[in-house]
Design a protein around this ligand. Structure first.
Ligand SMILES: [Zn+2]
Length: 91
């Protein structure tokens, strides 16, 4: 393994991405409720990034196209299950 950076979620670019998305006042992709930008981890309603393709499955942590806003609570509830069923028409 030549990647010495480890988990990209520990890096400064990732933190900046979180700060940017949080400041936009986005709503949770799961429950559709707004996410209070004043809340901080580990508050269950604090802002987290939901990865459309999980990083463990090769998803890009820093690609905004792969990042959606979610409550920590909602994000953890989903786990690693696919967010969208093949039959959904959400796109
Ligand atoms: Zn939520």
């Amino acid at each position: 393994m030549s990647d010495r950076r480890g988990d990209p979620r520990n890096g400064r670019p990732y933190r900046r991405l979180i700060a940017t998305m949080r400041a936009m006042g986005a709503s949770c992709v799961h429950c559709r409720q707004p996410i209070d930008p004043a809340l901080r981890s580990p508050h269950p309603l604090s802002f987290t990034i939901e990865h459309v393709v999980p990083i463990s499955q090769g998803g890009l942590a820093l690609n905004p196209a792969n990042c959606l806003p979610a409550h920590r609570r909602c994000n953890e509830k989903r786990g690693v299950k696919p967010m969208f069923s093949p039959h959904s028409r959400i796109w």
